[in-house]
Ligand binder design. Structure first.
Ligand SMILES: CC(C)(COP(=O)(O)OP(=O)(O)OC[C@H]1O[C@@H](n2cnc3c(N)ncnc32)[C@H](O)[C@@H]1OP(=O)(O)O)[C@@H](O)C(=O)NCCC(=O)NCCS
Length: 180
């Protein structure tokens, strides 16, 4: 690990370590059944399946994982089955959450929350202006999770999704300086 690493203890006693370079490292030592780590080439098929994408997307996904401006994490069970994926794009001092998905069989066990927290830590050094994302207006589960983690609704994009549903535009802004 580098000197630039950041250490965060979460409420689940997980220890998160994120190096602040673009080549970031992330490891979570936890007493729970899941571990979080940076997504690699070997995760491509598992991620593709989680997202319901066809095999033809493999090459594109592999390219995305390798991009300098992406932060991509997976959650896996101890024997190594990938059950969650989170990805963000960092650019112009902001981050955009592109994906957050948990295997339906592993939902409501804190995987999504931990993935999101780790992703926020991973993008923080390159996103001093905040983190944004779009979410379907009807996606109550994701909205509850994002709001819990400090995101607020700042706008909407009418008809944003292919089926015509609106997207809500959420931001998590840095806290204003509290010094007088
Ligand atoms: C949204 C999603 C990632 C949540 O993952 P998860 O692992 O089930 O979430 P967690 O167990 O960590 O739950 C964290 C919080 O999210 C909220 N939440 C999660 N599922 C919820 C549900 N079905 N209904 C209401 N709130 C829910 C709750 O606030 C929960 O906190 P709590 O357990 O203290 O009540 C998951 O439902 C998913 O993959 N959905 C499909 C993909 C998707 O919609 N992604 C978001 C795209 S923007």
């Amino acid at each position: 690990m580098t000197d630039a690493e950041l250490r965060v203890a979460t409420d689940t006693d997980a220890e998160l370590r994120v190096a602040t370079d673009t080549e970031f490292e992330l490891r979570v030592a936890t007493d729970t059944e899941f571990e979080l780590r940076v997504a690699t080439d070997t995760d491509v098929d598992a991620i593709r399946r989680l997202e319901g994408l066809s095999p033809s997307t493999r090459r594109l996904l592999r390219k995305d994982l390798a991009r300098d401006d992406r932060r991509c994490l997976v959650a896996s069970t101890r024997p190594g089955r990938v059950v969650g994926y989170a990805a963000a794009l960092v650019a112009l001092d902001e981050a955009h959450v592109l994906d957050l998905v948990v295997d339906p069989a592993a939902r409501r066990r804190g995987v999504g929350r931990r993935l999101l927290e780790a992703l926020l830590e991973a993008v923080a050094p390159q996103a001093p202006d905040g983190v944004t994302l779009e979410v379907r207006r009807s996606n109550a589960a994701a909205l509850a999770l994002y709001r819990q983690r400090g995101f607020v609704i700042e706008g909407q994009r009418p008809g944003y999704y292919p089926d015509g549903e609106d997207a809500l535009l959420l931001w998590r802004r840095p806290r204003p300086d509290t010094e007088d």
